[in-house]
Design a protein around this ligand. Sequence first.
Ligand code: CU
Length: 179
Amino acid sequence: MAITPPSERIWWKEPIARVELWWILVAFLWGLFMFFMMIYWHGAGKQNLSSEAYRTTPEIFMAKTQAMVDQHTVRNESGFAVVRPPPDSDVYLIARLWQWWPSLELEKDKSYRLHLASMDWQHGFSLQPVNINLSVHPGYEMVLTITPDVAGEYTVVCNEFCGIGHHLMLGKIYVVDET
Ligand SMILES: [Cu+2]
């Protein structure tokens, strides 16, 4: 640590070393490349979902979800409603401390409008094992048009740390063959 000033008082007015300029150029070009890859992956990489976002409130979203649950619940699993909404309908999934509610049962190769919103603060929707991820915010509903094409049992985990029960925040989506 220097306790005396540098011998050259204007010590920073040095030309940038050539090798450093090259690194700045490489980093800049890489940034540009990744920017365009984001757009490319949107179409070609099955990443970067095409989602829509609308303003909502917890009350409005809760009412819509409750209406769907009242109408289309097919069974209960340890106190959790499993809802089987008809194809092409609007499907609601609530994120709240600390659960995804309700569980959903969807038909394979049918399309749905999946609405996601948070009742409290930010959560992360992460669908496993297919690894589809997006953020779920309070005050907004994210809407995705989905067509599940592989039957099976999927787990929704929260991937946005949301407090003491974060690791317990698990949801279920069943994809079943048409019956
Ligand atoms: Cu969470």
